[in-house]
Design a binder for this molecule. Structure first.
Ligand code: DHB
Ligand code: FE
Length: 276
């Protein structure tokens, strides 16, 4: 038996889809082209809805990518977490999960690095405290699940040259709520654009670039998990992210680090959590 929520959401989805078709007078040929039958060539050779499904697997989340360049994941993030208003005295602002998170990233000790077998790259010491945003108290046992790309712009699952689970890690705060680890200063990079998402971007004269970012899921018992990303202020795509995820309070400055043979950059960042 369909739940009231499902009935309502689907009724609305259908209404809006029908309005969309009516408003644009979508023809059968255009529809067929959009679904699959590209020999009709009414819209475009490769703008095929089915292709997104065919391309999707554990390593490639093409359906989500298509939604993301249309701004859907970012909008839903905003709707869901509207309480986090990007203000300084609020919990850490959320941002989209994106298609590259993997569950069961390796647990790592504080001070370890996420990086294996990458020669180039700007090694960075990231550190900070996880606190309760209302009381300011440090949160013990908070888990930071971190993931980022290599200097070639690829996540580990996209890159046959990286070891499994490279550039990922789960770090747990101690009594003082503090964390620290080494990672790479990220670079801007194109989202995978050799499929339907890339084709849509092309059709709209849009670029596929995302500003350099590091992903986090911060979780702790009794607190609302925070799915977020931080962004490098100096990235030239900071104002035109292909998937619309940048928020001001998530833009950070990488600082030079002296006297540490393991890192040339330092990144202080604190996370603030809210209870349920
Ligand atoms: C998307 C998000 C990412 O973090 C990323 O690295 C690539 C793509 C996305 O939302 O589609
Ligand atoms: Fe990403």
């Amino acid at each position: 038996k369909a739940s009231p929520r499902i009935r309502k959401v689907f009724a609305s989805l259908i209404t809006h889809l029908h309005d969309f078709a009516r408003e644009n007078e979508i023809t059968v040929d255009e529809w067929m082209a959009g679904v699959e039958m590209h020999y009709l060539r009414a819209l475009s050779d490769d703008l095929k809805i089915n292709e997104a499904g065919r391309m999707s697997d554990d390593r490639r989340n093409e359906g989500q990518l298509v939604c993301d360049i249309l701004g859907l994941e970012s909008l839903v993030d905003e709707i869901t977490y509207k309480l986090a208003t990007d203000a300084a005295d609020e919990p850490t602002t959320t941002a989209i999960l994106g298609p590259f998170w993997r569950k069961d990233a390796p647990r790592r000790e504080m001070g370890e690095t996420t990086v294996t077998g990458i020669e180039n790259g700007d090694h960075t010491f990231m550190h900070g405290t996880v606190t309760d945003y209302l009381t300011g108290k440090p949160i013990e046992g908070a888990e930071l699940d971190v993931w980022h790309t290599a200097p070639n712009g690829l996540y580990e699952q996209q890159d046959p040259d990286q070891v499994d689970m490279n550039l990922r890690g789960r770090f747990t705060t101690g009594k003082d709520g503090k964390y620290n680890f080494y990672c790479l200063r990220p670079t801007s990079y194109p989202i995978p654009d050799d499929g339907p998402a890339g084709k849509i971007l092309q059709l709209l004269d849009r670029h596929p670039m995302r500003p350099a970012h590091i992903h986090f899921i911060v979780s702790a018992p009794g607190y609302k998990p925070i799915v977020t990303q931080i962004f490098d202020r100096r990235d030239k795509h900071i104002t035109d992210d292909a998937v619309f995820a940048v928020k001001e309070s998530l833009v950070v400055d990488f600082l030079p680090r002296k006297g540490d043979p393991k890192a040339d950059f330092e990144l202080p960042y604190n996370f603030k959590m809210a209870t349920y």
